[in-house]
Design a protein around this ligand. Structure first.
Ligand code: HEM
Length: 379
């Protein structure tokens, strides 16, 4: 399996030469770092602060993961709204992009801020569009140039300025939610992630629990959660359109196990192996985060025979694993059988570690396998 970039995957120990960390950070990331001068929150932070913030997020996303405020409940509620919105189209062709993004955004927003938005609400729709545009523009040539030469590029017009402007508006939107929470806050009755975070503030100054970090954490959760999951869902629709025979098998299994009178729940999952396999294959083949987040060794380390000096930035290339021909029977084909055994039961695959690298509250294993990263080298 390729943990690190393939152009260094030859023999015996080699050295990764340290370069300034910022040179390896992608455009979107460094725009944020430069604009807000932040290395706080979850996705962009380091060391002790990162560990504490990430642990808190994991614990509290799971805490609000039970009962009426559970993630599953929020998903269930949102599924009903989403199905209704699709029904309203009465079988006519329509673009589901922002209805789906809005639905996913609502789930994350409910956990983080305790409420959702109607699909017709222009304020949330605007935030989702700004975020989507910022992610797309972050890949533009000018933004990459800005990344390398911020001192010069900051005076020139171009998409990098739009990315800045978009994030300014998104951050202002999140800030208003946080201010409202501060006004209404009752420590005895935490309603959501933000209320729980407010209770944590000032307990451990080194861990950085303050309003500024909260703002960046909410941005991390909403941005990382919404874009990733809604893009995956859009790929799922594409695959179901392209492979109608697979779609029919999924529908038949759902009809048999769940029926038409209720929504599926997590408890149904073991009885839906084919559907589970199709979801996993969608994630593998969709490959929506081909490069993981960059990490930096915080002490001299050795990985796979390579010496990695302290301070070296390393990026995991997830595609190299998800399409590894030594791991998958038909790596370049959308094939749910990758996740099924000879009896049609769901089987886990070691080479599927997309989720173990990320922060999905439903997957309790996630923190144990981030060991290809900066944090791991030093922890
Ligand atoms: C299909 C859905 C998703 C995919 C494919 C995905 C993928 C990823 C990947 C590949 C990373 C980089 C991991 C690394 O390099 O260490 C990541 C990080 C992250 N994800 Fe996700 N993710 C998804 C959903 C979510 C959701 C729903 C949330 C929040 C509720 C979320 C929050 C985060 C955060 C905060 C990080 C940064 C973690 C850190 O740096 O410690 N993701 N995700």
């Amino acid at each position: 399996m390729g943990f690190i970039s393939s152009h260094v995957s030859s023999h015996s120990p080699k050295t990764f030469y340290p370069v300034p960390y910022k040179m390896y950070i992608n455009a979107e990331t460094s725009l944020l770092v430069i604009q807000y001068n932040i290395l706080i929150g979850i996705a962009l932070s380091n060391g002790y602060l990162w560990k504490k913030q990430r642990k808190f997020a994991n614990t509290h996303l799971r805490y609000f993961g039970e009962g009426q405020k559970s993630l599953e409940k929020y998903i269930e509620v949102e599924c009903s709204f989403l199905c209704e919105a699709f029904k309203e189209e009465q079988g006519r062709p329509f673009n589901p992009h922002y209805i789906m993004t809005n639905a996913i955004g609502n789930i994350i927003f409910s956990v983080v801020f305790g409420h959702r938005f109607e699909y017709s609400d222009p304020s949330f729709r605007r935030i989702l569009e700004l975020d989507n545009d910022a992610v797309v523009l972050a890949g533009s040539a000018q933004t990459q140039l800005y990344d390398a030469f911020p001192g010069l590029m900051k005076y020139l017009p171009g998409p990098h300025q739009t990315v800045h402007a978009n994030y300014r508006e998104i951050v202002a939107f999140l800030n208003r939610e946080i201010e409202k929470h501060q006004e209404e806050w009752n420590p005895d009755d935490p309603r959501d992630f933000t209320d729980a975070y407010l209770s944590e503030m000032e307990k451990d100054p080194r861990a950085g629990f303050n309003i500024e970090t909260l703002l960046v954490c909410t941005l991390d959760l909403i941005e990382a959660g919404t874009e990733s999951a809604s893009t995956t869902l859009r790929w799922a629709l594409v695959f179901m359109m392209n492979y109608p025979e697979i779609q029919e098998k999924v529908q038949a299994e759902i009809d048999r196990v769940v029926g038409q009178s209720r929504l599926p729940t997590l408890a149904d999952r073991p009885n839906l192996p084919y559907t589970d396999a199709v979801i996993h294959e969608t994630q593998r083949f969709g490959n929506i985060v081909p490069l993981g987040f960059p990490k930096m060794a915080n002490k001299d380390s050795t990985l796979g025979g390579y010496f990695i000096p302290k301070g070296t930035a390393v990026t995991t290339i997830l595609s190299s694993v998800l399409f590894d021909k030594n791991e998958w029977e038909t790596p370049d084909v959308f094939n749910p059988e990758h996740f099924l055994d000879s009896e049609g039961k769901f089987r886990r695959r070691d080479a599927f570690f997309k989720f173990k690298m990320s922060l999905i509250p439903l997957n309790v294993k996630l923190f144990s396998v981030t060991n290809t990263s900066q944090r791991v080298f030093g922890s």
